[in-house]
Design a protein around this ligand. Structure first.
Ligand code: TXA
Ligand code: MG
Length: 315
């Protein structure tokens, strides 16, 4: 892909990255908090800035399949098929790593999670700085992922050296993560590319075994995506000031102080793109509870339900 000449902002961002600094940048899924993946001191700053436990490994962003293969000790045929079909795009592939990737990035795991983001700003930054970028979502640990530059500023403020503004993220939920350390490959996180589309190319995906360890095994930490306001999925506590979030209007609109309908005509792509911003608006609404209704368990609906479940009160 040919990119226009890098803008002054990209130049500045690349310089910060090369000097070991942190740059928040847009991707098609959510905003990332990026550092030079080959610089352990810079990567350490990511964990500090997010208050993220160092046993939770980071995704490494690269400009293309060729660069991904250089960081992988082996690149299974199924992974290559998915990369060729979906990169640049919202899918992350876990493969055995080489020593080019410091252990801090992968929390000591012998594998690395790789992805090529589908956003012109992210691709320009990768081209300009010439290094792979380790980048988790640009929010404090456990918070809802940011889908605009102002979400990033609200969450991390001056803890980052620069925030590149690329407008609202097109996909709105994080990448799908598929691990190729086993056969069949495992679905570690549903996301922006649907399971159905992936299985057409590599056959049925396995599910990782439930992990009860404490702390959880690296890479198996379940994110919280927590709103401060308690969120109830598919049930209504029935009292207090409540807000509603769903793909369509609720049957009992008068019960809610505030209603966020995140899709028109049930469109799952539109719903995913609107999900996190709507969760943030409801969270800021001074409510006692957020009542969310499930999306159909298909396509991007799986990723939406996964995030809502992680954000919700259990029990
Ligand atoms: O869309 C996305 O993937 C965004 C954008 C910024 O690219 N990034 C993102 O990163 O969601 P983060 O850190 O919020 O989530 C990364 C997930 C974590 O659940 C982590 O445990 C898992 O990837 N992960 C990273 N490396 C892994 C590995 N070697 N094995 C298994 N899981 C891994
Ligand atoms: Mg995250």
């Amino acid at each position: 892909m040919v990119h226009p000449l890098a803008s002054p902002d990209i130049h500045k961002a690349a310089k910060i990255i090369k000097q070991g600094g942190l740059v928040a940048f847009p991707t098609e899924t959510v905003y990332g908090l990026g550092a030079d993946a080959t610089n352990p001191a810079a990567v350490a700053r990511i964990f500090e800035t997010k208050d993220r436990p160092t046993f939770d490994p980071l995704i490494v962003h690269v400009p293309g399949l060729a660069q991904a293969e250089k960081l992988a000790a082996s690149f299974p045929e199924g992974a290559r098929r998915l990369a060729k079909r979906f990169w640049p795009g919202p899918i992350t592939l876990v493969v055995p790593k080489t020593s080019a990737i410091p252990d801090l990035v992968t929390a000591g795991l012998p594998s690395v999670a790789l992805r090529v983001p589908d956003h012109p700003t992210a691709l320009e930054l990768l081209a300009e700085c010439g290094q792979p970028l380790a980048a988790p979502s640009a929010n404090r640990f456990g918070q809802v992922s940011p889908t605009t530059a102002s979400h990033v500023k609200g969450s991390l403020g001056d803890r980052v050296d620069l925030v590149l503004d690329g407008g609202p993220c097109r996909v709105g939920v994080e990448s799908t993560i598929v691990s190729f350390l086993s056969d069949p490959p495992l679905l570690l996180r549903p996301g922006g590319i649907s399971t159905e589309e992936i299985e057409v190319l590599v056959g049925p995906l396995g599910k990782p075994p439930k992990d009860e360890g404490s702390p959880p095994a690296p890479g198996r930490l379940s994110d919280h995506y927590a709103t401060k306001t308690p969120l109830y999925l598919g049930r209504d506590p029935g009292k207090g000031r409540r807000g509603f979030l769903g793909l369509a209007m609720p049957e009992n609109p008068d019960d809610y102080e505030r209603i966020e309908v995140i899709a028109s005509n049930g469109d799952l792509r539109e719903a995913a793109a609107n999900l996190f911003a709507a969760m943030r608006r409801l969270d800021a609404g001074g409510l006692d509870a957020i009542v969310a209704s499930r999306a159909p368990e298909e396509g991007l609906g799986r990723a939406i339900n996964d995030r809502l479940l992680k954000a919700s009160r259990k029990g």
